[in-house]
Write a protein that binds this ligand. Sequence first.
Ligand SMILES: Cc1ncc(COP(=O)(O)O)c(C=O)c1O
Length: 419
Amino acid sequence: MGESLLTQPFVRRNGELHCGDIPAAELAERFGTPLYVYDIRRIAERVGAFHTAFAGVDHLLAYSVKANGNLSILRRLHAMGCGADITSLGELYRARQAGIPGRMIVFAGVGKTVPEIEAALEYGIYAFNVESRGELERIDEVATRLGRRAPFAIRVNPDVFAATPHEYTRTGTASTKFGVPWDETGDLYLWAKDRPWLVAAGIDMHIGSQIVDATPYVRALECVLDLVTELSAAGVDLKFLNIGGGYGIRYDHDPGMDVDELAAELVPRVKSAGLRLILEPGRSIVGDAGVLLTRVEYVKRSGRKHFVVVDGGMSELIRPSHYGGFHAVAHTMPSQGATTRVDIVGPICETGDFLARDRELPLPEQGDLLAVCTVGAYGFAMASNYNGRLRPAETMVDGNEATLIRQRETLPDLVRGEE
Ligand SMILES: Cc1ncc(COP(=O)(O)O)c(C=O)c1O
C-alpha cells in the first residue's frame, strides 16, 4: 500500500525512491530524520496550473501561508507571482520577511487583535477578510486612530454544505464559527458606508478544505454574486470576490479537484460580474510536493498486529490523529518481502500517535527508511514540541540540488525563553 499513490516528483529509479533527482536515502543520510522534503519544481507546476486555469480573469493567488509558511517556500512562491493569505501577526511577519508586498496580502481569521490590525494597516495590506461585526468595528477604530484607510471584504458564511473528509475542515455552514451570517452581511456593508476610513473593497468566502467537487463553490458563488448585485444597487460597489481556498488533492485513491474544471465554472461568472478574483489555495499548491522521511526504530508485535515504531510521530505530522488524515507510506528502498498488515506509529506517549493504520506493506525492519507521502501542507506547519520533541529539519529539492531550508531544532531551542 502506498506504491500506487506515489506522486510526481517522488518516483522510483532502480527501485529506489527519489525526491527530484536525489535518492531519498541520500537526503536522510545528509540531513538526518525525521525530515521534510519539498520539491520546488512540483510547487511551481501547481502554481502554473492555477495561473493558466484562471488566466481569463484578473486574479491574485493569495497562497495560504498556514499550509506551509517556510520562508524559502514563500520567497519562491512570491517569485512565481503569488501573494499571501495570512491569519496572524506571525504570518504577516513571515510574508514580509519573504518580500511579499502589502498589496498582495489578505488577512483572514476570526480573532484579529488590535496589534495585528495595526501592523496590517501599517503594512498596507490588500484587504481584511472580516469575520464579525465586532471585528469590523475594531478595524474602524484602529484605522480612524491611525488615519489609514482599511480595505475590507466581509467573509460571508454562505451556509453551503461542502463534503470534506472531516467535520473539522467544514467552514461554510451556519454551525461553524466562520464568517458573517448571510442575512447580516448587507447591513454591515451599509453601516461601513458611512465610516470614512473603511473601504468596502470586496466580498469573501471559504467553504472548507479538501473539497474535490466544483459544485459547492458554484452554489456559494452564485449566492454571493446575487448579494454583490444587491449591494451595488444600494451604492456599495465591490471590486473583488475572494473565493477562498480548500481545493482538494489526491491523498488516497480519490482524485483531487480538477483546477481547469473549477476555473471553467468560476471564471465566466466572476468575469461577467466585472470583479477581480482572489483565490487562497494552500494544500493544492504545496501538499503533494512534500514527503516526510522517517526511520524505523523498532518493529514489535502485539496480539495479531505489527507495530512499526518510527522516529517521526504526531509531533511531526498530526493530520492522521487530528483529522483522520490519510497519508500513503512507502519503503524508500526496493522491498520484496511478503506484505503484511501494519500500523506505523510514532514514539509519543499517546495511543493516538500514529501515522498510518492497517496498511499492507512488506514488513519493515529496524533501520529502514520510510516515506510518508503528501505532507507538504499542514505537515511541518502543525508540528509541535510535545513530549520534548525537536521539530524536524526541512529541505527543498530542485532537480539534483537539495538545500536545508530549516534547521532541525536543538535542545537549547526547546527551552528558549524559559526561566
Ligand atoms: C480562510 C481560508 N482560506 C484558505 C485556506 C486554505 O485552505 P487549503 O489549504 O485547503 O487550500 C484556509 C484553510 O483553512 C482558510 O481557512
